[in-house]
Design a binder for this molecule. Structure first.
Ligand code: FAD
Length: 534
């Protein structure tokens, strides 16, 4: 099953090495492979097998081997240090993600003083610069959506590339509850395949094991299902289970990487004209710091800083009428009425964020997390629950950062990554405001009780190696090139100066496509001038 291309010479010099096969890596590789360049992608994780086990309670990402506990980072989000990790597999977390595929709004690219404060975070590009790349990213992962319903939808070229299915009864009720509160609920854009003929593989069965599970029938248009196979056919070389341990630089330019074959433990080096770092907002900063490259960057002190992750949580509502709906898809409706602030002036001033339906975990999944007895005791409530995920934009802050612990080593022998992150009062107030509004929607939809689950993960980590026009405040320039090291690029979530208030993957994808295209044209230009000169 696993696809790994080519029997090429393992150590041959490449045009481009891409580190990481998530959104940032795969989408940056797309135009480079299309341009006929020799591209090698190195991915720490393995392919995720698909089958009935994918939908079993043990298929939720944290209970699979792809959530590697031997790769852990140490995170302090309050007083205590806790182990945390991220998902490692071909396609990155897209394999387990929820498929919600929003464009950032036009206003997200302009600085909101309530969010940016003194952080110096400033997008070097506008929505219009990303717009064609959003369009193409949506096509590549076939986003299904409905134009014209989201009250703050940014300008778009036409309809979504694919169509959604009908609303479930639960979603109808939630939408009616939102309308009763005077809101304008709309259909969430989803990278799910509703268009394949029913009964065939790839047709979305609207099951409840979507978010946090790999799709057994590959109806989620994740990168491993939809994008990497196409790139492999067109000549991409992908090496899974290969961890990059160091970025190699000579004379101010990147020359390659050092990596480890995880199965054998063999270390070797690979050379390339250009390297794209896309190991995620935690992994990319880790590699830059462990390779000492912060010292070469004029904004080196900022590498690893300004980490954002959204201020999020889920408000579950217990609805007596829901009993017969366990096992159905509940992730169809979004609410953006408070995105740029509350029209009634409640809550903190400035941008707030999004509310969206989310999947309710099954009794089996909850039991696996909290134990059989507690899970069974809660079963009647879980079966009647549906969730509203609240995603408030958090402020980029200097003190929220990742850094190296010189006294501890990870499995690759690198200094262990430590994460320090705390929310400020405004981040918490924005979330609390959205929690309160989500509870009102639940009640209007008939909920008898609500329960808030705060999200503590780093699944939306962003901003650690941000782009910007000012070399003193941004480690990357507008083209995603790492200042101080020629031909080294960063295309993952680390590059985003601010988090906006919606799910980030489509913006990471669009920005990576943009940078990949710039890079392909730069390579083309230098080849043309070499030919002229020669
Ligand atoms: C359960 C879950 C649900 C989510 N749902 C949504 C959603 O519905 N919509 C949305 O927009 N976002 C969602 N997200 C967030 C989204 O998945 C991330 O924002 C996005 O994947 C980040 O992309 P990236 O390119 O920055 O990094 P990633 O996609 O994390 O890719 C990084 C890749 O680099 C690899 N890597 C790391 N270090 C190394 C190394 N040293 N050597 C080699 N390879 C390395 C990793 O294994 C990984 O494959 C979800 C995340 C999770 C976990």
């Amino acid at each position: 099953m696993p696809m790994t291309s080519g029997d090429r010479n393992r150590s041959a010099h490449r045009d481009v090495i891409v580190v990481g096969s998530g959104f940032g890596g795969t989408m940056a590789a797309w135009p480079l492979v299309e341009a006929g360049l020799d591209v090698l992608m190195l991915e720490r994780g393995a392919w995720v097998g698909r089958g009935p086990h994918s939908w079993a309670p043990e298929g939720t990402v944290t209970r699979t081997p792809h959530y590697r506990t031997d790769d852990h980072y140490l995170a302090r989000t309050g007083a205590r240090w806790k182990e945390t990790t991220s998902c490692s597999c071909v396609g990155g977390p897209s394999v387990f993600y929820g498929g919600v595929s929003f464009r950032f709004r036009e206003g997200d690219f302009a600085p909101d003083p309530e969010i940016v404060t003194d952080s110096g975070a400033l997008w070097p590009i506008a929505y219009e610069d990303l717009r064609p790349h959003y369009r193409d990213a949506e096509r590549i992962i076939a986003v299904a959506g409905r134009r014209g319903e989201d009250p703050f939808e940014p300008p778009r070229e036409g309809e979504y590339p694919a169509a959604l299915d009908g609303l479930s009864e639960v979603s109808e009720r939630i939408a009616a509850g939102a309308r009763a509160r005077g809101l304008r609920p709309f259909r969430l854009p989803l990278a799910l395949n509703f268009e394949a003929p029913p009964g065939t593989r790839h047709h979305c069965q609207s099951c409840a094991t979507c978010d946090t599970f790999a799709c057994a029938v590959e109806a989620k248009n994740d990168l491993a299902t939809r994008v990497l196979p196409r790139l492999l056919e067109r000549g991409l070389e992908l090496r899974p289970e290969t961890g990059v341990t160091r970025i190699l630089v000579e004379g101010g330019a990147v020359v390659g990487v050092e990596c480890e074959d995880i199965e054998t433990g063999t270390r070797y080096t690979l050379t390339a004209d250009r390297v794209i770092l896309a190991a995620g907002a935690l992994g990319t900063a880790h590699l830059l710091l462990a390779s000492g490259l912060d010292e070469l960057n004029p904004a080196g002190d900022l590498v690893g800083r300004y980490l954002t992750r959204h201020s999020s949580g889920i408000v579950f509502g217990s609805h007596p009428w829901i009993a017969r709906h366990e096992g159905r898809f509940h992730k169809q409706i979004g609410i953006n009425d408070y995105y740029f602030g509350d029209p009634a002036g409640r809550g903190p001033p400035g941008k707030l964020g999004n509310i969206q339906q989310t999947q309710t975990p099954s009794v089996g999944t909850v039991t696996g997390e909290i134990g059989t007895l507690a899970g069974m005791a809660l079963a009647p409530l879980i079966r009647r629950a549906t969730g509203l995920l609240v995603m408030a934009e958090d402020r980029p802050k200097y003190d929220n950062r990742v850094y190296l612990d010189g006294n501890d080593r990870d499995r690759f022998g690198l200094p262990r990554l430590r994460i320090e992150h705390s929310y400020d009062d405004r981040d918490l107030a924005a979330r609390a405001f959205l929690f309160a509004r989500a509870k009102e929607v639940h009640r209007a939809a008939g909920a008898l009780a609500t329960y808030v689950h705060v999200i503590h993960t780093f699944s939306h980590a962003l901003g650690t190696v941000r782009m910007g026009s000012d070399p003193a405040t941004a480690p990357l320039d507008a083209a995603g090139e790492y200042r101080g090291v020629k031909n080294l690029y960063v295309t993952d979530g680390s590059a985003l100066p601010t988090a906006a208030g919606v799910n980030p993957s489509l913006t990471i994808a669009a920005n990576a496509l943009r940078i990949g295209r710039l890079l392909a044209s730069r390579v083309g230009d230098s080849a043309a001038s070499a030919t002229k000169g020669g």
